[in-house]
Ligand binder design. Structure first.
Ligand code: NAP
Length: 240
């Protein structure tokens, strides 16, 4: 059984979905740590009462420094939201090794490295929640997103295996797979393409970051204790 409002770590909390989750959980009295890649991002989190820490998941040294800080100062974290994300879209024939690796580092490798650190804290407490923000791209694929779809699919498989490893300690591991959500990540989509996408979404709109945050809030609650190893889709019906 968790203490009320357990301490939360959210990667990529400076913008978009991560920020919406951070603000939502802060409002619900959780102590929240959020990461950003820049000082500006950290300052913007601090203004909201969120503890901001710098982390670049594409940089080995940055991850090492971050993990050390967690071990020294934040072993009371018992909820981890692996949310940080990037896209480096290109068709396979033109995709560079860097575009491939950067996406793998931020999503899949980063997830493993941060989860491993936080898991040790959770195992001691015999309670924990890990939520991995994946994507509908993992299930349906997307032209130009072979790197991103593969990384997200990898995270979902990682979540299922981890869920089996730690379930006996009351630690649940789930993936939340959003469809198209209005954030900086989807801002570059042209009006024409957006119209085409919306035509395929039964609810006829993009989702809001706050809607994803509400789902995450439920999944970390005591009421969601019997849900683990799942990928929960939130996509307006785009994929069912
Ligand atoms: P966003 O608005 O672009 O925000 C991305 C966040 O990730 C920012 O906080 C950013 O920090 C952080 N980040 C970027 N590169 C990083 C790195 N190298 N190391 C650590 N953190 C890094 O994206 P979003 O739309 O909220 O996406 C959040 C998650 O949802 C991602 O995993 C994404 O793949 C997933 N998702 C999004 C959608 C969508 O439609 N928006 C759909 C499906 C899944 P800085 O501010 O410092 O750059």
């Amino acid at each position: 059984m968790a203490k009320d409002s357990p301490k939360v770590l959210i990667t990529g909390a400076s913008r978009g979905i991560g920020r919406a989750i951070a603000l939502r959980l802060k409002e619900k009295n959780h102590e929240v740590i959020g990461t950003a890649t820049s000082k500006l991002g950290i300052e913007s989190l601090a203004k909201e009462g969120v503890i901001g820490i710098e982390l670049d998941l594409n940089n080995k040294k940055s991850i090492e420094t971050f993990n050390k800080l967690l071990v020294n100062e934040h072993t009371d974290i018992s909820v981890l939201i692996n949310n940080a994300g990037i896209t480096r879209d290109n068709i396979v024939l033109r995709m560079t090794d860097d575009e491939w690796m950067e996406v793998m580092n931020v999503h899949l490798n980063g997830n493993f490295k941060i989860s491993k650190t936080i898991l040790k804290f959770m195992l001691k407490k015999r309670w924990g929640r890990i939520i991995n923000i994946t994507s509908v791209s993992a299930s349906i694929g997307n032209k130009g997103q072979s790197n991103y779809s593969a990384a997200k699919s990898g995270v979902e498989a990682f979540s299922r295996s981890l869920a089996k490893e730690v379930g006996s300690r009351a630690i649940t591991v789930n993936s939340v797979a959003p469809g198209y959500i209005e954030t900086d990540m989807t801002e570059g989509i042209t009006a024409e393409i957006k119209k085409e996408i919306i035509n395929q979404i039964p609810l006829s709109r993009f989702g809001r970051a706050e809607e994803v945050a509400e789902l995450v809030e439920f999944l970390i609650s005591e009421e969601a204790s019997y849900i683990t190893g799942q990928t929960i889709h939130i996509n307006g019906g785009l994929y069912m």
